[in-house]
Structures are given as structure tokens and as C-alpha cells.
Write a protein that binds this ligand. Structure first.
Ligand code: UD1
Length: 377
């Protein structure tokens, strides 16, 4: 049984990972700053009692040293995660993600006599790809950049072959695809991945970067307006509203249940075949945003009709879903939760969530802030 540190262990993914590690008998410690936007500064009720909790930011190096004492394995899950927000709180995102990650690495490599970490697992993100991979019947596979503003303005949502051969088919994205991050958040996630893999390799500290696709499940912050679309839609439906679907709803993503993300993390800890590698973690089964809306409507308000507004979110990609062959081959990863079962699980959790008055006020002020910044057109 190992001493394990989970940074961001009070968060959505981190807390589920903590539960699984405790369950397996590991000695688990959590270091978490309890970001006000997610936790309102309070320790969440779901946090596992059998894990030791240190309330501090990674930049507090004294607390970080206490957190690392006796630890052999570090899961670095701590991050601020609002893609849209990262485009105007640039300094904050670079500090909390890139720099705080650097602080952790610096302590680890400069105090190797004291801290003997033998495995590092870092949370990366599909956002670093930008658009996913596409294929043209004449040119084969290609890797487009974001759609041009004029294309969005014409409401021409799909991408075409750049050589003029007409339409293009989205295909599974492999880890080898060139990275075109299109937000500050994505840049900081690429920083995480590259910094951790680089330092891991240089110091012989086995490191794995897991590229998470669109995660959903219980404990996803409903009070955070920058959360993922499945949480947004379920919140809207419970609130008596209808989901607002951008573009034409035909855009595809891979929605992966948080328990499969936990599975990939545990495998990365236990196996060494993916050491020093970046690995996609998803289901390999893309779905459209319309399908997400329809599924949640069926579960929550069967009479509702999604509002497909034809508006668009600046900087959005059209399609991105992973090839998960590398995770399967190197880690033995096998997604266990189907989209239908996972959505049922999300819905049953969302139904039990209540916001107190202070949280509701806070949420509406954050929503106002976001819409003032006109991130949709
Ligand atoms: C982005 C990030 C991803 C991050 C996720 C959640 C990129 C490429 N990826 O993913 O790393 O995990 O945000 O923070 O930046 N949509 C609606 N109505 C809404 C909200 C969203 O139709 O109210 C649509 C969006 O236009 C998009 C899709 O749903 O086409 C998915 O959106 P979202 O859940 O925010 O995730 P991504 O943009 O894929």
C-alpha cells in the first residue's frame, strides 16, 4: 500500500479518485485550495473522511512539503478549468495551472533526498488538440485549425477539405495529432503535460499524462458557470428551462464517465507501460450535442424541446473524439460506463442537488459576468 497525494483532491475528478484509492487501502492525502468558484471556500461533504486533508494552495510551499511527506505517488489534478474564463483571467490561469505545476515539480526535483516520489500522473485535456482529426476522400487525414470567423457568420458549421475536395469526415484523434490549443486554459494544460513529462524523463521519475475527454458525473460543479455541457443542460432542465444548443447541435464529443477516468488513473499508477507517455482517455464512442440534449430531456422533462439557437461560442471546435487504442494497449484500459447508463447516473445525482441562497446569488453573478464578456455570438 502506497502513500498517495492527490492535488485537487476535493474536486470533481480528484474526489472520485480519492475514494477509489482509499477503497484500495492506500494512505491518501489531499491538497486542495477549495477554489471559491467551485467550493465557496468550504470543504465539500463528499470528501472522504479516511483521507487526510490539507487546505492550501500549491504555491504555499510549506504546506506542499507537508503534503509530500512520505508520499510515493502523486496525482496532479489541481487546476482551474473554465475555458471561456481563461480568455480574460489570463494571469490567474497561468498562475494557478502552469506556475503552480512548476512549483510542485521544483520541490520534487530539488528535494529528492526528502521526497521519494516514484510515480507522477498528471491530468491533461483534449482541449490541447484544438479541432479533432478529419479525413478527405482524396487527401486522406488532415488536421485543420479553428473555423474562420466568416464561416461561423455564414452558419456553415462543418469543416471541408482545405484542398477544395468538398466535405470532410471527422475521424478519431490520435495522440500524435499536432497540438493546436485555442484557449489559455488549453495552453496551460499543454504546459502541464509537457513540463511533467519533461521533468519526469530528465530525473527518471516515471510520469504519465492522461488526456481527458469530456468528463461528466456526480460532483461536477453545477455552481460553476464554466462547467461542461452535460452539467449545464441538466441544471437548466431541473430549473424548468430548456437546453440552449449552440450551432446546429451536430457537433460531436466523447463523453466519458468520471469512473472511467478514475480507472485510467489507477491503471497508470499500477502499470509502467505508459510511463513518459501522453494517453487519450475517453470512450471512443462520439455523440452529438443534440443527442446529449435529447437524452437528458428524456430523463428529466420529456415534454421539453431543445432550443437549437444557431448561435455559436467563439473559439469552439466542431468535432473531437479520441482514438483510445493507446490506453487500451498500454494500460489495458476499457471504458465500462455506456453513455445511457452514465447519463442516468448523472441525472439521479443532479436531482438531489440544492443550492443555498448564497450559492444561488453567487452563481447568477458569475453567469452575468460571463454573458457580459460576450463569449457567444
Ligand atoms: C471544453 C474544453 C475541455 C473542457 C470542457 C469543459 C476545448 C477544446 N475543450 O470542451 O477541455 O473539459 O470545455 O470545461 O476547449 N454547448 C451548447 N450549449 C451550452 C454549452 C455548450 O450547445 O450551453 C456546446 C458547445 O458549443 C460545444 C459542446 O456543447 O459544442 C461541448 O461544450 P463543453 O461541454 O463546454 O465542452 P468542450 O467545448 O468540448
Amino acid at each position: 500500500m502506497a502513500g498517495v497525494l492527490v492535488t485537487g483532491g476535493a474536486g470533481f475528478v480528484g474526489s472520485h479518485l480519492v475514494d477509489a484509492l482509499v477503497e484500495r487501502g492506500h494512505r491518501v492525502r489531499v491538497l486542495d485550495s477549495l477554489e471559491p468558484q467551485v467550493h465557496f471556500g468550504r470543504r465539500p461533504d463528499y470528501l472522504n473522511e479516511r483521507a487526510e486533508f490539507i487546505h492550501a494552495s500549491l504555491s504555499d510551499t510549506d504546506a506542499l512539503r507537508r503534503a509530500l511527506e512520505g508520499v510515493e505517488i502523486v496525482f496532479h489534478q489541481a487546476a482551474v478549468v473554465g475555458v471561456g474564463q481563461s480568455m480574460y483571467e489570463i494571469e490567474h490561469y497561468v498562475k494557478k495551472n502552469t506556475l503552480d505545476g512548476a512549483v510542485l515539480l521544483q520541490v520534487l526535483v530539488n528535494e529528492r533526498e526528502r521526497f521519494k516520489v516514484r510515480k507522477l500522473i498528471v491530468a491533461s485535456s483534449m482541449s490541447i488538440y484544438g479541432e479533432g482529426a478529419y479525413s478527405c476522400h482524396c487527401c486522406g487525414e488532415f488536421f485543420p485549425r479553428l473555423r474562420a470567423e466568416e464561416q461561423f457568420a455564414r452558419h456553415e458549421w462543418e469543416l471541408g477539405c482545405p484542398a477544395g475536395h468538398g466535405g470532410a469526415t471527422p475521424v478519431p484523434t490520435k495522440e500524435s495529432k499536432p497540438l493546436f490549443p485555442t484557449s489559455i486554459y488549453a495552453i496551460t494544460k499543454r504546459d502541464h503535460e509537457e513540463m511533467f513529462l519533461c521533468i519526469g524523463k530528465a530525473y527518471g521519475m516515471p510520469t504519465v499524462a492522461l488526456r481527458y475527454f469530456n468528463i461528466y458525473g456526480s460532483r461536477q460543479a453545477l455552481t460553476n458557470p464554466y462547467t461542461g455541457v452535460a452539467a449545464i443542460f441538466s441544471g437548466q432542465l431541473l430549473d424548468g428551462k430548456v437546453p440552449l444548443v449552440f450551432e446546429d447541435g451536430g457537433q460531436m464529443r466523447d463523453f466519458v464517465h468520471v469512473s472511467d477516468i478514475v480507472q485510467a488513473n489507477l491503471l497508470a499508477m499500477e502499470k509502467s507501460d505508459a510511463d513518459y507517455e501522453a494517453v487519450n482517455v475517453g470512450t471512443g464512442q462520439p455523440v452529438t450535442i443534440n443527442h446529449v440534449a435529447e437524452t437528458l430531456i428524456r430523463e428529466l422533462r420529456p415534454a421539453a424541446v431543445p432550443n437549437v439557437v444557431g448561435r455559436y461560442r467563439v473559439g469552439d471546435i466542431r468535432h473531437c473524439f479520441p482514438d483510445i487504442g493507446k490506453a487500451r494497449d498500454l494500460l489495458g484500459y476499457k471504458p465500462m460506463v455506456t453513455f445511457e447508463d452514465g447519463m442516468k447516473n448523472l441525472v439521479s445525482w443532479v436531482r438531489d442537488q440544492r443550492l443555498d441562497e448564497a450559492q444561488a446569488d453567487r452563481l447568477s453573478s458569475m453567469r452575468r459576468d460571463l454573458s457580459l464578456r460576450t463569449l457567444t455570438r
